[in-house]
Structures are given as structure tokens and as C-alpha cells.
Design a protein around this ligand. Structure first.
Ligand SMILES: [Mg+2]
Length: 168
């Protein structure tokens, strides 16, 4: 099913070069809010910046796919040193992920797509044929009404994932 992730992890710090190598993956598609940064925080932590550096150093291709507008995505990617990005991605549409795969010059099945929302990140990634990894949101507190609604819809899926032992 398209809303069931391939894997569940507690956060981006678990997406290491070793993790990707074990699964035969060569690239990572990144979500911004609540995946790389908490809400209303301009930059990732030093720890996350270090991980991105480590991934780049290991030859892993990185691309940000975001539903945010061009200006914000471009400025953010420049700050974190990620050259490839897709803005106005309209996730959960597959098109943004497909565009990212072309930018990364990798087939979708060789790409881990990580994000914190089932009906946005996981659904889009699965439709495009990427390896979908659901991460626990960094900070759930101050989300808008639409996201709060999607969080409500996530509950039965999260329950299912717990039953399957994919989430502890
Ligand atoms: Mg997010």
C-alpha cells in the first residue's frame, strides 16, 4: 500500500552512509520542516549539518523536495550546502520526486526519501517508487490546522505500523 513506509526511523541522524549502503541506496531526498529542522528554526543543528557533510563525503546524492515556495527552499538549500532542490513539489504528487531523481541521476528505487508526514512524504515517495522512510517529527507542537488534520489521519496508520513492529 502506498501510505505504508518501507522503514520507520526516529530521526534523520539514523540515515547514515552505512544505513544507505546496507540497502543499496545512493541518494537521499530530504523534506525540510520537522525532518531537517523544527518549526520556526532557520537552520539544522550542528549534528544534522555534520551528517549532511558525512553523506556528501560518502558520495551520497542529496536533494531537497519541498512544498514550500522557491525563495525559501533555495535560501535554505544554500545554507545547508545542498545544490539540488525541488520547490512547489505539491507532495504527495509523485512529480517532485521524479524530478529529484532526474536531478540526482539515480533511479527512484536507489533513493531513500525521508520525511515526517505519511500523507505527504511517504505517499509521494511510494508513488514515485522511492524507498520511503518515515521519521518521527522533530517538533510536533506548533503545526497549522491542515497539518494537525493530517496528523489525525495518521493515527490509524501509526497504530498499524506499531502492530507490525515497524515503530517501537
Ligand atoms: Mg515535514
Amino acid at each position: 500500500m502506498n501510505i505504508i513506509p518501507d522503514d520507520c526511523r526516529t530521526g534523520i541522524m539514523e540515515i547514515t552512509p552505512a544505513y544507505l549502503e546496507e540497502r543499496g541506496l545512493g541518494g537521499v531526498i530530504l523534506d525540510i520542516d520537522n525532518t531537517l529542522i523544527g518549526h520556526n528554526v532557520p537552520l539544522p543543528t550542528a549534528e544534522v549539518m555534520g551528517l549532511l557533510e558525512e553523506l556528501r563525503g560518502a558520495g551520497i546524492r542529496l536533494c531537497v523536495v519541498s512544498n514550500n515556495r522557491r525563495g525559501r527552499v533555495a535560501a535554505f538549500c544554500e545554507k545547508i550546502g545542498v545544490e539540488d532542490y525541488v520547490w512547489d513539489a505539491l507532495k504527495p504528487a509523485a512529480a517532485g520526486y521524479e524530478r529529484a531523481a532526474r536531478l540526482m541521476d539515480l533511479p527512484p528505487e536507489k533513493i531513500a526519501a525521508v520525511g515526517d508526514q505519511i500523507y505527504t512524504d511517504v505517499w509521494g515517495a511510494r508513488r514515485a517508487g522511492c524507498y520511503a522512510v518515515l521519521l518521527r517529527p522533530i517538533h510536533k507542537g506548533k503545526e497549522g490546522l491542515f497539518i494537525a488534520f493530517k496528523r489525525l489521519l495518521e493515527k490509524p496508520v501509526l497504530f498499524y505500523l506499531k502492530c507490525k513492529g515497524m515503530i517501537k
